[in-house]
Design a binder for this molecule. Sequence first.
Ligand SMILES: Cc1ncc(COP(=O)(O)O)c(C=O)c1O
Length: 415
Amino acid sequence: MNRLDTTAVRRQFPSIDVLDEGIRRIYLDNPGGTQICGEAVNAMVSYLKHMNANDGGHFMTSRRTDLLKAEAHDAMADLVGAESGDEIIFGQNMTSLTFSLSRSMGRELDPGDEIVVTRMDHDANVSPWLMLAGDLGLTVRWIDFNPETNRYDETSVDEAITDRTRIVAVNYASNALGTVNDVRDISARARAVGAWSYVDAVQYTPHLVTDVQAIGCDFLACSAYKFFGPHQGIVWGQRQVLERLTPYKVRPASNELPTRFETGTLSHEGMAGTLGAVEYLAGLGRETEGGGTNRRADIIRAFERIEATERPLCQRLLAGLEAIRGVRLYGPGSEGRVPTVAFTSEYISPAALARSLAEHNIFVWDGDYYAMEVIERLGLAETGGMLRVGLAHYNTEEEVDTFLDVVEHVSTGAR
Ligand SMILES: Cc1ncc(COP(=O)(O)O)c(C=O)c1O
């Protein structure tokens, strides 16, 4: 599959050419939030200029808002491979949606029931379940990962999922290690014991094609600001499960899907931007041979191109870091991963290195990025966690090389 033309891609991101006192920015903070594409920005501005209203009214702007909301749901259904936009729930962010859905799911549980969380997840897919367990007297079981392979430990998966399991909350791609997990297998195991699977795909959706039907999960959560859109959370849920659950909602609000879980007035401009981001992604597939007939098919083609573009860039990054004296890489090697790479240096703390990189206008994250279990499991909580650098399809080889030069210079210089 043909790689993307990175120059053409970069032209579609208004923030990429921004200079700070004449210095260009190198955005390697993508796992924390990607840059927003122009199509999403334009969609938001257009919504606010031409359609801004509350929904459900008889007048033009309100009718257009209703239409826009339906289009945004349909676009997200295409992004994740869902059957219908009715199965898509928009909300403030992934964390809030997960807290809210966990409450509804909790109404179906009894004391002594078990829920499963993992040591590889972002805390947004851990704390909601721990708090639910605390409230309802549920038993919590943990899936561990192997710090050698940085993948889920098979024995631990076997032991955690039992006949009493009711919810299994897992991570599709780790925001710290970059590991892509076999959520299809875990969802099947959950289903086999009658449990719901809740997949956190926040770090997966910007990089690889998401297909909820193929995974066979019950819920899949993501965030538009991680896939080139605005700050907006989205959860897909199995229709039968969404219909069965009782939503926490106000009485006058519709009890129909998807509205029953979309409490209060939503960020309509955020939904417009999310639609714009999905259209941007589909556009990357539409421009290939045979593209342009079906949005879902275009999205699949787009992610094939994104993967073909990111993979060699990630290999360059990994090889370059490996060659720097004192660097220790964490993560699963070059296969079965997204291009999110975490490391430590023997000579400099993650925070000091991140500060030095910031002086060169290179944007990265350090610490635990809320993957607190990962950092504790690796024994790095007392030493400032890891430095994390994450690529997106708009990054260039030259940016990777500049980053590597600065890391080498600063870290070995601190020896
Ligand atoms: C893997 C993962 N899950 C969940 C979240 C939380 O997403 P949100 O900011 O939309 O609540 C993040 C944010 O960084 C993340 O990386």
